[in-house]
Design a protein around this ligand. Structure first.
Ligand SMILES: *Cc1c(COP(=O)(O)O)cnc(C)c1O
Length: 377
């Protein structure tokens, strides 16, 4: 637990668990499959600089990001490996991508034109991964129309662009039935058979975390895990990751209140007896979902304390009546383990009506990320 007197609330991150989750993915797909950890959105909210510092010694093939600026940040951090931007780029950002030696995912011929022009202007290679839309519907060349675009893509590759990869993205790998994954994989295979691929070959990849864990037979040349590495359950019936993240905050005020006392905006909770309330220095301004008001819990001294009233921007109140003589300065855990009790990311997401991804990426910039490397949690 944090001993920093300035820390009102913080995110604790376990490097050892992150490493073990990487190994679990590697064990699932085999050591010959290249690893492309997705580190977009500040590495799912954990902090990309530290995440990359942990991942670098594990020698991934490269990293995946969602924005050119995220790729530039990796270069600033000293990353020399391959970096691929996996979303369609704004039309005027190809020059920056080329200058930083980023690979870009392309979904249309115009993207290839822009990449070629930027590469020519810079006198540097333009490197692309061809995205095939096999059902996701948000980006990629339509798998059904490959006869139209296939030869034209190949022509770009002959005009000096480097065709580094070819990939698709599964829309439902997290769901229990792998039928749609099979279908999307089949569509990608059909495209690969018909395409005039460069003789030197391209890196073929399709699997996100649930894809890699559920269907390692489709791992192809590389996998692109994200959520699982960061401790999020990747889908129904899949092995659980080791928890990586804990969200903790300090209790800063404890009061005994008489029956009838109300708490929070809207006065939505009223004490039914004499109760002890602990005010905790964390709120929705830190990414704690507002929806947990009157529904969620925090752990105090290894026991569950209900959240009472609405969550404020900076404060949350717990009913600690059953827990005993709680003191200001003690720590409340909103995600993670305390003693024998644990609140998972998935429990919080479920209560808030969202997904574990949104909880992680929503953790606020106001929370310092405290990295630990031990087994304690
Ligand atoms: C975010 C992303 C991933 C990682 O997905 P997870 O479900 O977090 O493992 C993989 N591929 C692409 C293209 C992505 O955008």
């Amino acid at each position: 637990m944090s001993t920093d007197p300035l820390a009102r609330a913080w995110v604790e991150v376990r490097a050892s668990a992150l490493r073990r989750n990487v190994q679990t993915v590697r064990d699932a797909v085999g050591e010959d499959v290249a690893l492309v950890p997705m580190v977009k959105a500040d590495a799912y909210g954990l902090g990309v600089a530290e995440v990359v510092r942990v991942l670098e010694p594990l020698e991934p093939w490269g990293y995946g990001v969602a924005a050119v600026a995220e790729g530039l940040r990796l270069r600033e951090l000293g990353v020399r490996r391959r970096v691929v931007v996996f979303t369609p780029l704004p039309p005027d950002s190809y020059g920056d991508a080329v200058a930083a030696d980023l690979g870009v995912a392309v979904s249309e011929l115009d993207a290839l034109r822009r990449l070629r022009d930027a590469a020519e202007a810079a006198g540097r290679p333009g490197i692309f991964h061809l995205e095939v839309d096999t059902g996701m519907g948000r980006a990629g060349f339509d798998w059904r129309r490959r006869e139209e675009w296939g030869p034209r893509v190949a022509a770009f590759a002959e005009q000096g662009l480097v065709w580094e990869g070819c990939f698709t993205h599964f829309h439902s790998a997290d769901e229990g039935d792998p039928g749609s994954v099979r279908e999307q994989w089949k569509r990608l295979r059909e495209v690969l058979e018909d395409l005039p691929l460069p003789a030197s070959g391209v890196l073929v990849h399709a699997c996100n975390s649930p894809g890699a864990l559920r269907c390692p037979e489709y791992a192809a040349d590389a996998v692109r895990p994200g959520i699982f590495l960061y401790g999020g359950v990747a889908g129904e019936g899949l092995p659980a990751p080791e928890p990586v993240v804990a969200v903790r905050a300090r209790i800063t005020l404890v009061r005994r209140v008489p029956p009838g006392t109300t708490v929070g905006y809207g006065a939505t909770y009223r004490a039914s007896r004499e109760e002890t309330w602990a005010t905790v220095a964390i709120g929705y301004g830190d990414g704690l979902p507002w929806a947990l008001g009157n529904r969620g819990h925090a752990l105090v001294r290894g026991r569950r304390a209900p959240i009472v009233g609405r969550i404020s921007m900076d404060l949350t109140v717990l009913d600690v009546t059953e827990i005993g003589d709680v003191r200001p300065g003690e720590v409340a855990t909103f995600v993670g383990r305390d003693g024998e009790e644990e609140i998972s990311l998935e429990e919080v997401a479920e209560l808030a009506g969202t997904i574990n991804y949104e909880i992680l990426t929503g953790l606020g910039g106001r929370l310092p990320r405290t990295w630990r490397d031990d087994a304690g949690y």
